[in-house]
Design a binder for this molecule. Sequence first.
Ligand code: K1U
Ligand code: ZN
Length: 173
Amino acid sequence: MTIRPILIHPDPRLKKVCPPVEAVTGELRALADDMLETMYDAPGIGLAAPQVGQLCRLIVMDCEKSEEAAPRPMVLFNPEITWTSEDRTTYEEGCLSIPEQFAEVERPAEVRVRFTDRDGRDREEHFDGLWATCVQHEIDHLNGKLFIDYLSALKRQMITRKMQKVKRERAKA
Ligand code: K1U
Ligand code: ZN
């Protein structure tokens, strides 16, 4: 397994709508495994394929909070939200493609998601709490949407300028 570099906003690949995966091949399973390793290393609770420069509908997540609990890695190909609760919740979100920036985003508190798992089986799962927030954040990535797109144009512009500076400094180092 390989830790892959994570793209930093602004990057045109983070703005693309990703095409669906046609079949779960060995190559895509290897990409999912690399993404999980990259996510745990970051560390993060989710990661979407475009964040590692791969334009396909694949996300990984592990929102298990308790240190004592066993890890709960999830691999979701072609995730689709089939139901959202009327209840909404606000969470201070971060993003591995927008390091060290956080902002409150309001989303449905619970969702149902249909997807194909790592073994190629079609499944549907109900998510709540942090899992629900995270799966919506990751599906947004597959549609070229970042959490800063929920903020005012002014806040988005301020964060984008900070990230341009971070990228310039990283390029020099
Ligand atoms: O998609 C990403 O960029 C990953 C992102 C997912 C996410 C975070 C918060 C709300 C919704 C989605 C992250 O994982 S940012 C890092 C983070 O939240 C975290 C890191 C270590 C421990 C706990 C959380
Ligand atoms: Zn993100």
